[in-house]
Structures are given as C-alpha cells and as structure tokens.
Design a binder for this molecule. Structure first.
Ligand SMILES: *[C@@H]1O[C@H](CO)[C@@H](O)[C@H](O)[C@H]1NC(C)=O
Length: 333
C-alpha cells in the first residue's frame, strides 16, 4: 500500500510541476494567418461560422462553404463586419454539397484558389449528427452521415493537398467529436464517422509532416449551435443523460480554442476538463505536438484509465435505470 501512495504522490507532484512550467514558461508561438486564404466548410453556422469570423479578425481572406445560399449570404455579411482591414480582405461564400461527388468538390476548390488565392488553411467543420439506437437508425441517415462527415472531409482534403504540399506550408483542421473518442449509446452511426476522422487525421499527419503542413483534430463537446438543437429533438434519453455530464459550450469558445490550437500546431484540440481527460486518456499512438504534452499523457495514462472506468460504470447505471423506468411505466399503463 505504501508504494501505491508514493507512486501516486510522485505522479501528482510531477503533473503539478509540468502544469506550472507550461503556465509560466511555455509560450508557444502561433502562426499568423494575416493575408492568407482560409477556407471553412460548414462555415455558414455554428462552430464553422465562429471560426470564420475569428479568421477574419486575424486578417485572413476567408471562403466559407455550405449548402444553403441564404445562410451563406447572412454569414458572409457577419464575417465582413469582423474583417480587420475591410479594404484588402476578401470574403467569399460558395454553395456546395461536399459529400456528394468528388469531381464537383475538386472543381469548386480549383475555382476558389484561382479567384482568392492558394489555400493556406482548410478548416473542415461541415458535419451533422442524427442519433438513435441501431434499430432506429435508417440506412439513409447512416449513409448521409458517412457521406457528409467522413467522405466530405476526405474530399476537401484530397482537393487541396497537392497544392499545399508544393507550397510547403499549410494547416488542415478536422472536426471530430467527443463521440469520436469513446462509443456512446445512440451514436453508433455518428460516432463511427467521427472515429473514422481520427484515422484520417493520424494518417494524414504522418503523410504531410515532412511537407511543413500541420494537422489538428478537434473534439468539441456538446456545443450550443443550431445543429445541436436539431440533434436534441431525436436524442434517446440515455444519450442525453450520458452527455449532460460534460456541459454545453458556446460555439465561440470552441472556435477560439480550435483556432489557437491549430495555429500553434497542436494535434488535438479540446475544451473543458472532460475534454482534457478524454484526449489524454485516448492519446494512444496519436502524434504528439510537444514534449510537455507527451510527458503529461504518459504520467496520467494509468490513473485516467481508472477515472474512465468510473465514468463507464456511471453510464451503465444510467442505461439500466432508463430501462427499469420504461418497464415500470409499461406495467402501470
Ligand atoms: C513552414 O510553414 C510556415 C508557415 O506555416 C512558414 O512560415 C515557414 O517558412 C515554412 N517553412 C519552410 C521550411 O518552408
């Protein structure tokens, strides 16, 4: 028992020292995007729109891609307002269904680059969440999410990667989800597409690192966006209760964190304590962005596995309680 406590104490002290060093001495440099071309998919609402506004504030030329022209025009107006140098910065919006057909995506990206300039930063935010138990998930919904969340992201990356490599600079952001780090009741289809993005991000990061291109994978928690309110409507009770624990964040906060992390070249981007715990626990064979991060992950891996187990047990309890309540209600009917 004595050894157990001393090991625990050592881990604790080392963690505190690391966090303190990070806080006071580690001021990582952020890349500049002034006068660079930033493209945001899903840029007409939610996290995508917020990050497009953030990019405009930093002086970038911004192109947003989404399907709905009306929403695009409204968002474009907001982004224009945020521009630091309104006379030089260009803001464009393009209506495109990124998940339907690769040739279309490629053509559109060629056009955007010809008119606004080479793309320095591609931020993939387009995605949708439809949840439900497996037996309630329609095949159409499953295919829709695979096409938009996974294939759409893949297509956009494929369309820009060759030119980014020749330019020998660039940043690519992929938006997964906390449901892309652990399986959650009701997210069998959505979660699978978000897990797939992690595979894509890790492979991509390994391929493009020698070309001076950085990759950032974002794991946003529940975020207060229009997409989220639609998602809430058909969410099973279990899913709601399980995700209630990690709280609701504003899209502005998530976007700000994501922008900071991607400009400082971090592979994982997350926000909140639950996000930190999950990303540290699930680091696995993901690339590390700094020695600091690697040390922290190694120190905390064991203890966080135990913390994670407590979470899993509480989720199981929620699911069993929901089942019991349903049975009781059925009987009383
Ligand atoms: C790598 O990219 C950054 C911008 O992202 C640029 O400032 C730097 O010059 C590039 N390095 C090389 C060796 O091209």
């Amino acid at each position: 028992m004595g050894h157990f406590w001393s090991i625990g104490l050592i881990i604790f002290v080392l963690t505190v020292v690391l966090l303190a060093v990070k806080q006071f001495f580690w001021h990582g440099r952020q890349k500049q995007i002034r006068n660079k071309h930033v493209v945001v998919t899903g840029g007409s609402s939610g996290i995508g729109k917020c990050i497009a506004i953030d990019a405009a504030r930093r002086g970038a030329h911004v192109t947003i891609i989404a399907r709905d022209l009306k929403k695009l025009e409204a968002a474009k107006h907001e982004i224009l307002q945020a521009c630091k140098h309104k006379d030089v910065q260009k803001v464009e919006c393009v209506s495109l269904d990124i998940g339907s057909n690769y040739e279309n995506v490629e053509k559109t990206f060629n056009t955007i680059e010809r008119t606004i300039g080479p793309i320095y930063m591609l931020i993939n935010c387009a995605g949708t969440a439809i949840c439900g138990k497996i037996e309630d998930t329609t095949v159409d919904n499953l295919k829709h999410m695979i096409n938009l969340n996974f294939m759409g992201t893949y297509y956009c990356i494929k369309a820009v990667i060759s030119r980014m490599k020749s330019a020998n600079e660039g940043i690519i952001v992929l938006t997964s989800s906390q449901a892309g780090l652990l399986g959650i009741f009701g997210f069998s289809a959505y979660g699978s597409t978000k897990f797939a993005l992690r595979g894509l991000a890790e492979s991509l990061a390994m391929e493009v690192a020698p070309h001076n291109i950085s990759v950032t994978l974002s794991f946003p928690p529940d975020t207060d966006t229009p997409g989220f309110s639609i998602e809430e409507q058909n969410k099973p009770l279990e899913t709601k209760l399980i995700s209630a624990g990690s709280g609701l964040f504003t899209p502005e906060a998530v976007a700000e964190q994501l922008m900071k992390d991607s400009l400082s070249g971090k592979f994982f981007s997350t926000i909140g304590l639950d996000g930190f715990i999950l990303v540290t626990l699930c680091a696995g064979m993901s690339p590390f962005s700094s020695i600091y991060e690697l040390l922290l992950q190694s120190l905390l891996a064991g203890i966080l596995r135990l913390v994670g187990a407590c979470y899993l047990i509480s989720f199981q309890k929620i699911i069993l309680d929901c089942m019991k309540n349903r049975d009781k209600n059925k009987k009383s009917e």
